[in-house]
Design a protein around this ligand. Structure first.
Ligand code: FAD
Ligand code: MLT
Ligand code: ZN
Length: 492
């Protein structure tokens, strides 16, 4: 709504009734949603595909296709390639950077119907699943085999594994299990001209030259459509526990992280940060149960520590020892710690952190900056942004109401959020390029885990040098010379 749509390449075509007739030969009628003849769906039917989770981005697609097989994806792309019709792959549509929303009237290819598990080997833990499988369903699928997915995020109930791989999603388990560049073993991809690239290996080791699958991890639908994923799932930990620590000063986060890593070592599985504003909003919007008044009094920020290990008593002992060390120090790093006593409390403490995204969106319109900066600067970056908005006369209830920070400390990933009454050009202009310049001054990344989408194409140069950008353009040209795959995303 804010963004003026960049023009698509002139050679690209709009989908016509003749195209719909062709798609009807590939797909069964319920798998085509289109306002065009002979389908005649309503705009209402297209609404969920043309609008994003934040209601920040909107498209004008007339047609959504929902293939059930890789072969169908291939036939659709072959046709679109010949006709030069641009397409937007769409997973769960939970992305936060506008990547899954058409900029104009591109055809949306929804992966929702490709939701079968192809195989699971309980010995190796290797899962092969179709791209449209929802992350939570895969978690549920491997759970009886005592395995977990190597990633977890607040959007798990809607996001799809294909979307996760396409965005190289980070999330809450990256500290323990690393990024998808490590745990994805293979992908099956349909290239823009319909060619099926089968890299769906279940081998852990393969050094036969260039590792092509890595190009698709994080490529946000600009190089092809991922139809299948082979992924290594770790064994489920025998015991998990968590604690929320209330800190009097942000400056304590760094030494706390050092102490926690030192004492918990191999059982530490998450170290997540929320500032006071984020905590208050989570509580206000019913995400998890509020801590006692005396526990939060005087707290400038909070850290959620999770442990996952092999033996409950051993882990609890380590966690209790940690709390004792922290609280009995001459100058304690924390005011207090609230330890989960049962599974319900465990979930409730997690909800205070995971629920911030939901709380922010309930509070107002969110400008989200997902950045990598040194941990020592997390608070400074939030404060500088707030002061900047104040100096621009925008920090009041009719414009910006909150500036807050939360994120993945272990990964150096801060989510700087600005909540406003409405998305306006004035606020946008105040925030950009101001924040990108701030990030660049710390040699940080303007996108730590959410991707580039359509939000940051113009800002890539703040984090990537000229040579890298030229190479990226060449790779795009090589895979997609006609530019039909998710145009205007990642590379403008
Ligand atoms: P979509 O939003 O549908 O698409 C995202 C991008 O991938 C688009 O560019 C799209 O074209 C492309 N794409 C989707 N599927 C395919 C495919 N099969 N083949 C090719 N391209 C495809 N992100 C994090 O990294 N960490 C978090 O902790 C996190 N938490 C979140 C919490 C909430 C409440 C919400 C709403 C979002 C969160 N996100 C997080 C962002 C988002 O959930 C992730 O980016 C997720 O991986 C997107 O998956 P999706 O299936 O919804 O993809
Ligand atoms: C998170 O860590 O909560 C997610 O990345 C979503 C967000 O940034 O709000
Ligand atoms: Zn995150």
């Amino acid at each position: 709504r804010l963004r003026s749509c960049p023009p698509l390449r002139r050679s690209l075509s709009s989908v016509t009734e003749n195209d719909i007739l062709h798609f009807s030969k590939i797909l069964d009628p319920p798998s085509i949603i289109s306002t065009l003849s002979p389908i005649h769906s309503s705009l209402e039917d297209l609404h969920p595909f043309n609008n994003d989770w934040m209601r920040k981005y909107s498209g004008r697609a007339t047609t959504v296709l929902k293939p059930r097989t890789t072969q169908q994806v291939s036939e659709i792309l072959k046709w679109c390639h010949e006709r030069e019709i641009p397409v937007v792959p769409q997973g769960g549509n939970t992305g936060l950077v506008g990547g899954s929303i058409p900029l104009n009237d591109e055809v949306v290819i929804s992966m929702a119907n490709m939701n079968n598990v192809r195989s699971f080997d309980p010995v190796s833990g290797i899962l092969v699943a179709e791209a449209g499988c929802i992350l939570q369903s895969l978690t549920d699928y491997v759970a009886p085999h005592n395995h977990i997915m190597p990633l977890d995020l607040g959007a798990k109930g809607s996001c799809q594994i294909g979307g996760n791989v396409s965005t190289n999603a980070g999330g809450l388990r990256l500290l323990r299990y690393g990024s998808l560049h490590g745990s994805v073993l293979g992908v099956e991809v349909v290239l823009p001209d319909g060619t099926i690239l089968d890299q769906l290996t279940t081998l852990r080791k393969d050094n036969t030259g260039y590792d092509l699958k890595q190009l698709f991890i994080g490529s946000e639908g600009t190089l092809g459509i991922i139809t299948g994923v082979s992924i290594l799932t770790p064994p489920a930990p025998q015991a998990s526990n968590n604690v929320i620590l209330a800190l009097p000063h942000f400056d304590n986060v760094r030494p706390l992280y050092q102490t926690v890593k030192g004492q918990l070592s191999e059982i530490l599985s998450a170290f997540e940060f929320i500032d006071r504003t984020a905590y208050d909003l989570a509580v206000k919007h019913g995400q998890g149960r509020a801590l006692n008044e005396e526990d939060v009094e005087g707290a400038e920020c909070f850290v959620l520590v999770e442990t996952s290990g092999g033996r409950r008593e051993h882990d609890e002992e380590k966690l209790n020892d940690l709390l004792e060390t922290l609280l009995s120090a001459d100058r304690p790093l924390i005011n207090t710690g609230v330890l989960a006593q049962n599974p319900a409390q465990f979930s409730s403490l997690w909800a205070l952190r995971e629920g911030v995204t939901e709380a922010v969106s309930k509070e107002g319109k969110a400008y989200k900056y997902d950045i990598s900066v040194p941990l020592s600067t997390f608070k400074e970056v939030v404060d500088i942004t707030r002061n900047h908005l104040q100096s621009q006369g925008l920090l009041h209830e009719d414009a910006v109401s909150h500036v807050l920070g939360y994120g993945h400390v272990g990964d150096g990933n801060l989510h700087l959020n600005v909540i406003a009454k409405a998305y306006t050009q004035e606020i946008q202009d105040a925030l950009e390029p101001f924040i990108y310049e701030l990030v660049a001054s710390h040699r940080g990344s303007i996108s730590a885990e959410h991707g580039v989408g359509s939000m940051k194409t113009h800002a890539l140069h703040y984090s990537k040098d000229k040579i890298s950008l030229e190479l990226m353009k060449k790779i795009k040209e090589m895979f997609d010379p006609k530019g039909i795959m998710n145009p205007g995303k990642v590379i403008a």
